[in-house]
Design a protein around this ligand. Structure first.
Ligand code: PLP
Length: 387
């Protein structure tokens, strides 16, 4: 029995919670002063003022009471219309649940799609929270590696990984951490596999507005036969610079959304009432996203240009999101050693991906940071590695 802070005995906590890891958290905590952070996966912009105003106006008007758990009807309608018109997902207004962040919507999706002992296919390397949540609901993550340097999935490898226990496959494109944007052919092939083997698809679409090449994004729920088995997760966090607001969107066939509505009703009830008008406006106003897009493309080019000047680092051209995968093996270090030494010796914080299947030898850099941060950070890495 473990000892509490006062030295007394403390009741035990379940093993599955003891096993829960913190994802990238260890690398996202604010570093000591003077360290350049190339880690943070959030827009370096403020939330658009009209959206922030919608929340403060509602707060001052006393919009502080309990309300509909899934989110008010007008809010759910706004997101359903957006998903129908932008991505051709045939979701009904009642197929939407507005959640505290996309992360929570993902947890609901895994609770729906996974039963004790079920296997869930993750296209690796993947965002660590996907694997943690699979385990949290009693599932078993099965990693199918995507080949460097493009990190696109191989459909034959996915097919080989499917067993009688497989219940779901997770798609996250544009991908965190790889920046890969899966092609329409790849998406359709994955949906066809899911139909053939009667699998759920959990589609994490948080970065779909941030695609830098000319790949057309095809939502799995828009493919014939895909909607019935796809749990779509999205939200304004990345597109509207609203990461701290904790607003996410779960979209599914209405019968599933009703279950998730009850799940939310019995846990957090709903997102804060006075944030709902802002979340609704975000679904209708995408004007700021255009500006952000231009900035990200410029910052991506800047980071790639600077990285090219460091002979021992090799960067993959990201197709979307705001991350670059950098192969550090030519430095003679593994990624964990590289990250530790970069922090201690160059005062630059990066995320090593060694601990993620498929990420061995790679670090992830974020170009959501401002220009001067990117210049300073890559400049420091260059001088450090030249020594
Ligand atoms: N999905 C992916 C792939 C992410 O990278 C993130 C955040 O980094 C999220 C979901 C979480 O989004 P939210 O902040 O809305 O919970």
């Amino acid at each position: 029995m473990p000892k509490g802070a006062m030295g007394g005995a403390m009741p035990d906590i379940p093993d599955y919670l003891k096993r829960l890891k913190g994802g990238f958290k260890a690398f996202l905590s604010p570093p000591p002063e003077g360290v350049v952070r190339l880690t943070v996966g959030e827009p370096g912009f403020d939330t658009p003022k009209n959206i922030a105003d919608a929340a403060t106006t509602a707060l001052m008007a006393g919009d502080t009471h309990y309300t509909r758990g899934e989110g008010r009807e007008e809010l759910c309608t706004a997101w359903a219309s957006h998903l129908r018109s932008r991505w051709k997902i045939p979701v009904e207004d009642d197929g939407i649940v507005i959640t505290p962040g996309a992360k929570q919507a993902l947890l609901y999706a895994f609770m729906v799609a996974v039963q004790e002992g079920d296997e869930v296919i993750l296209l690796a390397p993947c965002w660590p929270t996907h694997a943690e949540q699979v385990e949290l609901v009693g599932g078993v993550p099965v990693f199918v590696r995507c080949g460097a340097p493009t990190f696109h999935p191989r459909v034959d490898m996915i097919r080989e990984a499917i067993t009688e226990k497989t219940s779901a496959i997770v798609i996250n494109t544009p991908n965190n951490p790889t920046g890969a944007v899966y092609t329409p052919q790849e998406m359709i092939a994955i949906v066809e596999l899911a139909i053939k083997h009667d699998l759920w698809i959990i589609s994490d679409e948080i970065y779909t507005e941030l695609i830098w090449n000319d790949t057309e994004y095809i939502a799995p729920a828009s493919v014939l036969g895909g909607f019935e088995r796809t749990l779509t997760v999205t939200g304004p966090s990345k597109t509207h610079a609203m990461t701290g607001w904790r607003i996410g969107v779960f979209a599914a066939p209405t019968s599933v959304a009703k279950v998730v509505g009850r799940l939310q009703g019995n846990t957090c009830s709903h997102i804060p009432s006075f944030l709902m008008p802002a979340a609704e406006l975000a679904a209708k106003d995408w004007s700021s996203v255009e500006m952000f897009r231009g900035e990200y493309i410029r910052r991506k080019e800047l980071m790639l240009d600077l990285l090219q000047q460091i002979p021992s680092l090799s960067a993959s051209e990201p197709e979307g999101a705001f991350y670059v995968m950098v192969d550090v093996r030519q430095t003679g270090m593994d990624a964990a050693t590289f990250a530790k030494r970069a922090m201690d010796e160059a005062l630059v914080q990066v995320i090593p991906l060694d601990s993620l299947p498929g990420g061995e030898g790679y670090i992830r850099l974020s170009y959501a940071a401002d220009d001067d941060v990117i210049r300073e950070g890559i400049g420091r890495l260059r001088s450090w590695l030249a020594q």
